[in-house]
Structures are given as C-alpha cells and as structure tokens.
Ligand binder design. Sequence first.
Ligand SMILES: Nc1ncnc2c1ncn2[C@@H]1O[C@H](COP(=O)(O)OP(=O)(O)O)[C@@H](O)[C@H]1O
Ligand SMILES: O=C(CO)[C@@H](O)[C@H](O)COP(=O)(O)O
Length: 470
Amino acid sequence: MLVAGIDSSTQSVKVLLCDADDGTVVASAAAPHPDGTECPPGAWWDALGKARDLLERADAVAVAAQQHGMVALDEDGKTVRPALLWNDTRSAPQARALVEELGGPGTWAERAGSVPLASFTVTKLRWMAEHEPENARRTASVLLPHDWLTLRLGASGPVTDRGDASGTGYWSPAEGRYLPELVRAALGHEPVLPRVAGSAETVGETPWGARLAPGTGDNMGAALGLGLREGDVVVSIGTSGTVFAVASAPAADPSGLVAGFADATGRFLPLVCTLNAARVLTSAAALTGTDLDGLAARALAARPGAGGLTLLPYLDGERTPDRPGATGVLAGLTTANATPENLARAAVEALLCSLADAAGHLAAQGVRPRRVLLIGGGARSAAVRALAPSLFGTPVTVPEPAEYVALGAARQAAWALAGTPEPPAWPDPPATEHTAADADAAAAGEIRARYAGLRDTTPTADRRPGGPRE
Ligand SMILES: Nc1ncnc2c1ncn2[C@@H]1O[C@H](COP(=O)(O)OP(=O)(O)O)[C@@H](O)[C@H]1O
Ligand SMILES: O=C(CO)[C@@H](O)[C@H](O)COP(=O)(O)O
C-alpha cells in the first residue's frame, strides 16, 4: 500500500509518496506558493495540483500545513477574503486588546493553552471584525489551511485535528474542546468550526478512492515524521524558526513565550516560534551577492564573532520576543570588519542566537533536552550545522535532510489505513552528530552576550519603513 503526505507550508507545498509499511519514500514533488503574508487558498490548491499524478497513486492521504492561517468562508463555502497567514503581524493590537479584555495572559494560558499573539487565528478574526466588518458579517465558517485542503480533497465535512485546533486560540488543549465564547468575542458571532477528529480517524475519501486522514499543523506533522520521544527537542529552521518537544501534560505559560499546543497523537507539543529563520540566510545571501551555499562557505571562512558584527535578525518584525513592528539591526560595523564573510557569519550567528533564546524559553517551562534535533530547509546549511552546537551549548543531531512534515502526514495516513492504537513503527531516519569546534565553543559565550545586549538595548517601538505593520 502507498500513502501520500502533504506539507503545505508558507513558501511551498511538498508531497511524499511512501510505502505504508516502513515509510520508504518512493516519489516526491514540490511546487512554490506565492510570497506574502496573505494568500488566496486557491493558490495552495493550484500548487498541490502539480502533484496530482503522484497523489492519485496513494491509498491514503493526509495534509499537514502552516498553522494558524485564517480561512474565512461564507454560507456557500467561498472564501470571503484571502487567508491571513501566521506571519502577518497586522493583528498585533487586536491580540493585545483580546488578552486585556478576557482576563489577562494567565487566564488565556490556562484556558487556551497559549497567550495569543498576532499569529493566532483568534486575533485575525478580531482584526477582520474591526477593519472589514462586512467580511466578518459574511463569515459563516472558519477553517485552518490544512482543514481547507482536507475538505477540498474530499473530507465528508469541515474537519480538523487537535494539533492544528490548538493554534487557533479558541480551543483548549487541556480540556480538548472549543471555547466558543472566545470566537464570539473576537468575531462578533459564532461561525461553524471544523469538527476535531480522532488522531487516525478516516474523515473522507478522495475522488480517486483514497482514504483521507485528518491531517494536522506542520510542526505536529514534523513531530510525527521524526517519531519524536520525550526528551527530544526539535529546532526547525523553515520560514519560521520553531523549537518544540512532545510532552505528556499540557503547557500553560503566562509569559506567552511558549505556546501550549497539542500534538497529532494525543500528547502535547509546547513550542516557541520565531518569525525570522531561513529567510535571514536568504536575505544575507542576497545582500552579499551569493547563494545559500556561498553564504555558508563565507560564514565558515570568517572567525567566530564575525569580527565584532552583531545582527538582530528581526527582519519581518518578530514574534518571540513579541516585537511585531521591529526591523533588523546590524551593530558594530567598522572599516576593519566590513567584509562579506563577517556579514555572512553574523547572519548565521544571529539566527542561531535567536533559536538558542527560544530553546531557553522551552527549558524555562521544564523541558529538559536529552537530544537536540535540527531540521528544516535551514538545516541544509553547512554553516548552521557547524555553529549550532556551540551557540546552543550542546551537541546537535541532524537527521538526514528530508521533508519531515510531509513524512509525518504520510505516517498519519498509514496510521489511518492500519487502524492501530499507535502510529506505524517506521524506522528512525539516519542522522549525523555535530559537536562544537574548540574555537567556536570558546567564543560562544561572548557572541551570545553581545547578541543579548543588542536585543535588550534596541528600542521595541515600531520602526518599520512605511509605518506600523500592526
Ligand atoms: N542549503 C541551504 N542553506 C540554507 N537555507 C536553505 C538551504 N536549502 C533551503 N534553504 C532554505 O529553507 C527554506 C525553506 O525551508 P522549509 O523548511 O521548506 O520552509 P517552509 O516549510 O516554511 O516552507 C527556504 O527559505 C530556503 O531558502
Ligand atoms: O506559526 C507557526 C507555529 O506556531 C509556524 O511554524 C507556521 O506553522 C509556519 O511554519 P513554516 O511554514 O515555517 O514551516
């Protein structure tokens, strides 16, 4: 039997066709998504259509997709506006207002598992209610990106899973139920919300007769694809940077730094998310006139500490820390250190310092890593792999580069086919272990301190060109 896993992420869709017994990948496909922080869902469907031949070979299919995006539909199931994506920061003021109106951060963390920031669906609903009241009025149901794709693929009705539901801000991971009063407070009325399916339930059938599994959010998909165990901490470098672990109990962090998500298997997935990750490298490569491999080579040619250059990598505003209006800052530039090599090194160090901060927030919530796993497009960078152990202060395991989100979705599809209590036991991916070079280890403390100094002394007020993005 063959199963297909779909990863409909921010920048692209990736599809894997796998053997249902052991997860061996037999075919793959990918297509780009439009750039930007809002997107008509039809564009995801068109991109997925490029993999139609491959999908039609599958006996079961599941979709994992970027979390949080607001897909608002009218009575006829048509989108009332383009989906607002997780990386759109315009609803930052609405996030603050909702937190204040409804009991403060502690109450949100207790009830919804997370303190909502601009990424969360609930804040996007409030933004629409304030800025596009006619669209809000016409909104009859609200789905997430993976729910919408699953419905179009043939789900028998609007359906989601606990993993993706936990990123809305109106579903309680601790109680496993929607919090309709929060949706009402945000949107002004109560739309139809997708049913939350069981982890390996069959939720419908595709036009070619394949079984449809419920799907999940992309980070939950990666956890399933990696076969994550307690004690494993994943650092994923995609469009977003995420640091997460599976846990047996729900998290409730009143500081809002750690989101208390659910996973796709009945457990929990405390997670810290940054807005600036792989694109920090893409931007630095463009700035230094090279490609991503060239950037890595340049970064590795520079000395640790980039000759005193420090980058604060908040290029698209930032989510952790909560600075939606921030921009990037390059500090310490002199005629002596102004080289492409130092700039490349500063970009890699900045990305890793930001993720090391994120790992620190997870540790503060009691997540003690036995193993740190590095995945996502950014983990393909030789410089990231080489410098991560020193800046994280721990050896790093890099699973063989692969599409782990799509693999997790495929595994969920295989689980739905098998009908077993646990997901099928696919073998762990081959991995390489990375430890810090002596020179990098010696410089890491100073690099992190310099980064923290810039982070903490840079004003948080909005300085984005063209005015606030919130
Ligand atoms: N060799 C590489 N070095 C650095 N970054 C890379 C490399 N290969 C891919 N990437 C980056 O990875 C990102 C895509 O990663 P991915 O995990 O697929 O993201 P997403 O799931 O958000 O679409 C792109 O920004 C791309 O530039
Ligand atoms: O908002 C989050 C997690 O809370 C992001 O991780 C999105 O789920 C987008 O993921 P990528 O496209 O970067 O994989």
